[in-house]
Design a protein around this ligand. Structure first.
Ligand code: AVI
Length: 324
């Protein structure tokens, strides 16, 4: 870790090196083969993800925004006055802004994001919109242990805000472990406001991850392009295809890149043989039931308070407090 206060008072705790090479080699050596989804988000990947969020088929962002717009006052009332708000992976901050506009005299806002550029941009914008709010940005991988900046203004309680259903990209046991760390981070009296994608007709989910314009395909295949550019791999992008398939047993959508031919891929001194039709799992995204997710959070030390949802119950914004 590399702890430095930079421009805009940003606390830089970003990992010194990301082990893209080691994780790629380890993942391709597994059976079935796998690549970690955290490497999707280079500059092009982040732009493509932004476009995914605006696709007609990708209901997730639109539905969560609709829930926030409709219920932000009730959310702010539940969270209470003078809170410390910790935003995890809040990106450009569209959703956080809706929430902050309703919060009563928030003491401090701590956005935590892996992308320093994104964090600097959104912090500058938020300082214009909320000139009296203390904003303490932290550039960090929130999957790692987190150190919060000091001094912070005194607050009534800490509340973690984790939108976007990113928790769906965790295996259930890992999700529980992660939420347990969040419960420790916000401490006694703390809270968690979290956006979670809910179970629905598999056709709706598969359409969201196999969009007609091919943006999700470009996002998925960009992982191979990134391996070519950064690791010297030689994935022939003409011979790889995107496909997302819902697994009803696991309750998750799985994204694959599928080999279109018998082929060999070289990465530095390593080589991997693929047969036509062989798949590499690049991402999974769990969909939860309200009861199932509340049970998962309970295991992590959170007590269910309430859920705000859309009329079709496609998406839920859950509010939990740290169980005493
Ligand atoms: C970031 N995460 C919640 C997205 C999801 O829906 O799992 C990533 C994504 N992958 C394909 N489309 C969107």
């Amino acid at each position: 870790m590399n702890h430095q206060a930079g421009s805009a008072g940003l606390l830089d705790a970003s990992p010194a090196t990301l082990s893209f090479f080691e994780e790629t080699i380890a993942g391709l050596s597994k059976s079935p083969r796998q690549l970690p989804c955290k490497f999707f988000y280079d500059e092009r990947g982040a732009k493509l993800f932004q476009q995914i969020c605006e696709l007609p088929e990708y209901y997730i962002t639109r539905t969560e925004l609709q829930i926030l717009r409709q219920h932000s006052a009730a959310m702010a009332a539940a969270l209470g006055p003078r809170i410390e708000l910790i935003g995890l992976g809040t990106g450009a901050g569209t959703k956080t802004r809706i929430l902050l506009e309703e919060l009563s005299e928030p003491a401090v806002y701590i956005p935590i994001d892996i992308s320093k550029e994104q964090l600097e941009r959104s912090t500058a914008r938020f300082r214009e919109v909320f000139p009296r709010l203390q904003i303490l940005p932290v550039c960090a991988d929130y999957l790692e242990r987190l150190d919060l900046p000091l001094p912070r203004r005194p607050s009534s309680r800490s509340v973690v805000y984790f939108p976007g259903s990113t928790i769906g990209n965790f295996e259930p046991d890992t999700a529980t472990e992660f939420l347990r760390r969040l419960a420790e981070l916000c401490g006694d009296g703390g809270g968690l406001l979290i956006g979670v994608d809910l179970h629905k007709d598999r056709r709706v989910i598969e359409a969201a991850y196999n969009d007609n314009r091919g943006v999700t395909a470009a996002f998925n295949l960009n992982l191979l392009a990134r391996a070519n550019g950064e690791l010297g791999a030689d994935f022939d992008l003409e011979h790889w295809h995107h496909r997302a398939i819902y697994d009803p047993i696991k309750g998750r959508i799985e994204m694959y890149v599928i080999s279109g031919a018998n082929q060999t891929v070289r990465i530095r001194d390593r080589q991997f043989d693929f047969v036509a039709g062989e798949r590499i799992l690049t991402e999974y995204s769990y969909k939860h039931t309200p009861e199932g997710f509340a049970a998962l959070a309970r295991k992590a030390g959170f007590q269910f308070e309430t859920i705000w949802s859309d009329p079709a119950r496609w998406f839920g914004v859950f509010y939990f407090t740290v169980a005493s």
